[in-house]
Design a binder for this molecule. Sequence first.
Ligand SMILES: [Ca+2]
Length: 205
Amino acid sequence: MILLLSLACTGPRQGIAVGNPGDGVAVVSKTAGLTLESGQAQLSSLDLIACDGSLTQVASGIGLPLDGSATLLLPGGSWCGLSMSFEQPIELDYSSDSATLHLSLDVQPEPAEGAAFDLDGGVYLMELGGSEWLADQAAALEGGDAIEIVPGDAEHDALASTLDQWLRVGQDADGDESLSASEATVESTAAAEDDDDDEEEDDES
Ligand SMILES: [Ca+2]
């Protein structure tokens, strides 16, 4: 008598990430007329959100450059979102032709969420801000000042709130270091309402 033993797995592996890891790159949205000289956040936690709402921590307690200069390894698999939180205000230094702008902003972004997507290699931009988030400050700098905005200042809360509400994660298909609405894989609520594709068609340099 011969016993046939089935070695095949039965059913899908549940809760196990599949797919190759990808690279996550954090940036703040670019503003016309301003050059980002340095940008730095101190991560409390960066997590991928599974479609059942559970979190898989990607990184914690580390410095995260916000100028696209560093990559975080994002585990492959099927995900529905990404969240990040910071331990202290993010620090951004800008220059224009004739002025400087230092921002210290107490930011806690809303998660970027959406339909399930398969992460299997590739580079994912994690973009904070939106195309217009620094437009007022850029206009104010045309006078040639050195401006500093820190927690407690009148302008702080509006800027921090804008960053809190606008986070997109996706692949930058056209390589302009920014995510259009159509490039966003998952996004926060305000970013989802921000249809910026028409504006980008007006780009000129
Ligand atoms: Ca793009």
